[in-house]
Design a protein around this ligand. Structure first.
Ligand SMILES: [Zn+2]
Length: 476
């Protein structure tokens, strides 16, 4: 197949006019004239713009698949408005069935009462947009045996009233007390999430945990993966799995750690305290990341670490410096959302990719002003981190945000509170293609040149309108 268009090769060649595909590989790239002369009898297709295939560099596809099927509270900041949607849903579901939803962001932690009123006979479990806290009703707490006697689990908090009774709001690991009772998403949800991503022009997805690897293996074995899947295992069960490829679509590449929580739930671990005096929550202690990380690297995996707050980023960089001699793969820091000036030089010398989601800026700009007044310039330092020379890789963290390339573009080229940190559209595209491929440790991907895999995204008016995946063209 011969494709004509404005072709962003992401190589020294720069722009090209034609790309010739043979099977699942790119075979030739050049001018329209040259390629039409070389391949006169080949089927031709004209596309406005062609780039290497888009990567979604940080997603939870199974949860995204589940979210496509549950209540969406995006943009809601008032518990009342969320409860109204729950009331509507309760009318359509038989008593006893779970009501799930997510996407709200509240300024205060509500109690279960509002949900008890609208859905007394359904267990309700709703998650904040960043997934670091949840709101549940009494029914859900009863099913999970949560009461005044229940202690806070390690790394979690049950918000309590004056009498010490849990109110129905749960932070971090406390969410798992209820989540354990919710019917689990399975293969159907993983497939639905990946299918949805494939229809948005993505050819590769970096999976960031919270889903059992056997499901991905199952899809890979039956040849049903609609994208190339880069897989990070959860820290608590990686020992039973061997790193490496399963076919040509699935690589189990890394193990994921969490240094801290997130800003929206005030659980990001900060050096300077929040206005209420708290400094966030440590999830995996740095000593554990270092010791367990050592074992992970020795087993041949890469390391992926979630670090959002300034303290988490600071500590993690030191851990990476310690572990670097052991590592055969590029390290990844996920989010790197708040970085002090002092830490910027510590990025140098690391074999590290910086995985970010600029689109969080669209929702988090107000949060930053609210929780981190005076430290705004430490947030989302896209340009400063780009200038470290390390690859940036962009994603959405779906289901935290919708996997929309346009939103990363919009947020990164027009930083809402620090224009000095703006990137160019070309740099954003690079971070979604070549940068992400480097972050995956896939050096042959993210370029349009002979021998590279024929994974392309097809564009019109700067919107993905189709893709080529393993040499097969799909137009939406
Ligand atoms: Zn995530």
């Amino acid at each position: 197949m011969l494709l004509y268009g404005r072709i962003d090769t992401m190589t020294e060649t720069g722009l090209a006019e034609a790309v010739y595909l043979e099977g699942d590989r790119i075979a030739d790239v050049g001018s329209r004239e040259d390629l039409s002369a070389r391949y006169p009898r080949i089927k031709k297709q004209v596309i406005e713009q062609i780039t290497p295939g888009l990567h979604e560099a940080h997603a939870h596809p199974q949860l995204w698949g589940q979210q496509l099927d549950s209540l969406d509270f995006e943009g809601l900041t008032e518990p009342q408005a969320v409860a109204q949607k729950v009331a509507q849903k309760a009318r359509t579901l038989p008593p006893g069935s779970w009501i799930r939803g997510g996407g709200y962001l509240f300024r205060a932690y509500p109690s279960s009462e509002m949900l008890d009123e609208v859905a007394p006979h359904h267990p309700v479990f709703l998650q904040s947009r960043d997934r670091h806290s949840s709101w549940a009703n009494r029914k859900a707490m009863e099913l999970s045996s949560i009461g005044a006697h229940t202690p806070d689990p390690p790394g979690g908090v049950l918000v309590r009233n004056g009498a010490g009774e849990p109110t129905g709001y749960l932070l971090e690991h406390a969410q798992e007390l209820i989540y354990a009772m919710v019917p689990k998403p399975g293969l159907v949800e993983l497939e639905r999430g990946l299918q949805d991503l494939s229809r948005r022009g993505y050819t590769a997805v970096h999976h960031m945990g919270w889903c059992h690897f056997s499901l991905a293996e199952q899809l890979a074995h039956s040849g049903q993966l609609p994208v190339r899947l880069w897989w990070a295992l959860d820290r608590d069960h990686w020992r039973e799995t061997r790193p490496g490829w399963r076919g040509d679509s699935l690589e189990v590449a890394a193990v994921k750690f969490f240094a801290d929580g997130a800003l929206g739930s005030r659980t990001a671990w900060m050096i300077e305290p929040y206005p209420d005096g708290s400094q966030g929550i440590v999830l995996d202690p740095l000593e554990l990341i270092e010791s367990e990380g050592r074992a992970v690297l020795q087993a041949g995996f890469g390391m992926v670490v979630h670090a959002i707050g300034t303290r988490a980023v600071q500590g993690l960089l030191e851990v990476f410096h310690q572990l670097q001699p052991l590592s055969r793969r590029i390290f990844r820091i996920e989010h790197a959302q708040h970085v002090r000036d002092q830490e910027l030089p510590r990025f140098a010398g690391l074999n590290l990719a910086i995985s970010m989601q600029p689109m969080h800026l669209l929702g988090d700009a107000d949060l930053v002003r609210l929780h981190l007044k005076g430290y705004e310039k430490e947030a989302f330092r896209l340009r400063d981190l780009w200038n470290t020379g390390l690859p940036l890789a962009f994603g959405s963290d779906a289901p935290v945000m919708k996997p929309l390339f346009e939103q990363n573009l919009q947020a990164a080229i027009r930083h809402p509170f620090n224009p000095r940190q703006n990137l160019t559209p070309e740099e954003v595209l690079w971070a979604h293609t070549r940068g992400a491929a480097l972050a995956a440790g896939w050096p042959q991907h993210g370029l349009i040149r002979p021998e590279a895999p024929a994974d392309l995204t097809l564009w019109e008016n700067q919107h993905p309108v189709g893709r080529v995946f393993k040499g097969e063209i799909e137009l939406y």
